[in-house]
Design a protein around this ligand. Structure first.
Ligand SMILES: [Zn+2]
Length: 327
């Protein structure tokens, strides 16, 4: 029984919007749920080197609930994050949580300004910041050094290291899964004499966000061309995968996607070399990597400001966190 996805592409002046319509086989409609209460906007899609048309990595996930209204989860806050939120009409006061995947600056350089803007706009609700444990003291020190004392912000911050399952405001659940993106740092840092006695955990994480019937997987940054394989234990089933193309090779991404229960894939974090290659050719490489295998749904190469609703299209009867706990 194969579900088919009809993808309707629409254009707006500011950004491309991709409403996805799930079409089920007539005798199998019960299995397909179409829930559109989550949307992501890829505010910044560059890798570690910003480009003329790509800001540093910042993704905003918006969910709507009758009780809470609209609330935002920020997935990494790269350079310019606050400006990008303004440019695309997002209300900083609606940011309820922020996930920082790792301490490379292209994933958090916009965090402090984002907090400053929240203060100026008189945000009042608690803000949860999930970050690598060893980065949290550095963020706090940076805030103090910027005269942004937490006592003056006007809203409480709850700093949480990236361990375990966290329930976020609005009812979503987030779990971080460690990956090998920074596995080389601990060894290399010993070559720097002044840091010889210091140990770095060099934490880096993928994130899985689950809300209502939607399951979103965020790759963060991975390690090496086959880095997507690290997500194999927890990626399925998911309705939306946010993949990366700075470290991962497109052919290898296609191989990884083939045959998996992944609704739609949005690719971000473009290495500058891919800016020299047409989107159509990158997509060809991804699909070539899948070989005879089938990639479900659509693979979208995101540009700054694109919006993607997360429809639950995966024909599963619910999933439990127990299925995805690391062994
Ligand atoms: Zn990185």
């Amino acid at each position: 029984m194969v579900d088919r996805l009809a993808i309707v592409l629409a254009q707006t002046e500011e950004s491309r919007v991709y409403p996805c319509v799930a079409v089920a086989n007539t005798d199998d409609t019960r299995k397909v749920r179409t829930v559109a209460n989550i949307e992501i906007c890829t505010l910044g899609t560059a890798s570690g080197l910003p480009a003329h048309h790509r800001f540093g990595q910042t993704i905003i996930l918006t969910q709507h609930t009758p009780d809470e209204g609209e609330s935002h989860l920020i997935l990494d806050a790269g350079d310019g994050a606050s400006s990008l939120l303004m440019r695309h009409g997002y209300d900083h006061r609606r940011i309820r949580s922020i996930f920082i995947s790792h301490m490379h600056a292209d994933h958090h350089a916009g965090l402090i300004q984002l907090l400053k803007t929240c203060m100026h706009l008189e945000k009042r609700d608690e803000l949860i910041i999930l970050a690598p444990a060893e980065g949290i003291p550095a963020f706090k020190a940076y805030l103090d050094a910027s005269y942004l004392f937490e006592e003056w912000l006007g809203f409480p911050i709850r700093w949480l290291p990236l361990t375990g399952l966290v329930e976020l405001p609005g009812g979503g659940m987030l779990r971080a899964y460690p990956n090998a993106h920074l596995s080389w740092v601990s060894q290399r840092v010993t070559e720097i004499p002044r840091l010889r006695d210091r140990t770095y955990a060099a934490e880096s994480y993928c994130a899985v966000y689950e809300f209502a019937a939607c399951r979103v997987v965020y790759a963060g940054n991975l390690h090496g061309p086959q880095g997507s394989d690290e997500m194999a234990p927890f990626v399925e089933p998911c309705d939306l995968l946010i993949a990366e193309l700075a470290h991962v090779d497109p052919v290898e991404l296609g191989r990884f996607l083939a045959g998996r229960a992944i609704g739609n894939t949005v690719v971000v974090h473009f290495h500058p070399r891919w800016d020299q290659v047409a989107d159509a050719e990158i997509r060809e490489r991804i699909y070539a990597g899948a070989g005879e295998g089938t990639i479900r749904g659509d693979v979208s190469l995101a540009h700054d400001g694109d919006r993607f609703p997360c429809w639950t299209v995966t024909p599963h009867e619910g999933h439990t966190w127990q299925q995805h706990l690391p062994s």
